[in-house]
Design a protein. Sequence first.
Length: 210
Amino acid sequence: MAEHQSPVPLRKKPSQARARRTVDFILEAATQILASHGEAALTTNHIAERAGFSIGTLYQYFPNRDAILDTLIERERESSEKHIRDALAQVSRGEVAGTVREIVRILVNSFTRHGRMRNRFALSITRLSAARGGQTRLDHVAGSIVEVWCSTGVGTSRDLSDSEAFVLTRAVLGTLRAAVLEDSRLLKTKAFEEAIVRLILGFLRSSTAV
C-alpha cells in the first residue's frame, strides 16, 4: 500500500461568500473533469479553464492539484458518511437476516446512488484515495455499522471484540471497494448482495459460539 500522504492545506480559507463560491466552482470543475475524462486530464490549468477563472485565481485557494484532490476526497467522504449514517438510523430492528440485508443494501447503495457520470467520479475518487494511502469512503463509518449490528442482536449474544469488528467490517468494505475499483458488473446484482449477507451472518453466528 502506498505510504499515506498528508493532505495539502488550502492556501487561503474561503471565509466570504464570494470566495466560497469560487472554491465551489473550482471543485465542481474538477469533479466534471474527473467524471468526463479521468485522472490524467485533471491539471490545474484544465480545472481553471473549466471553472472560468485564471490560473492565478485558482492558486489563491489551492497551491497545487493535490490540494484540490484532497478537498474532493474529503468532501466525498463526508457526503457518503452522512448518507450512510442517516440510512443506518432508519434501520428497522427486525429478524436477523432481514436486518443484515437492509444494512448491506445501504452500503451497496452508497456506491451506486449516483448517475453514470457521478459514478465515474466516485470511482476516480476511490482510486485516488487508495493510491494516496488514505482511508476510503466507508472506513469512517465502520464503527456505526458494528453498533447497528450489535444493537439489533444480529446473531450475537455479546459485543464483538475490537479484532472481530475490524476483520468483519474490513472484509465487507474491502469487498465493496474491490467491486468499485474493478467496475464489476456484480455490484448491483442480487447474488452479490446475498453473498455479502451470508458472509456477515456466518461470521456473527460463529462468533456467538466462541
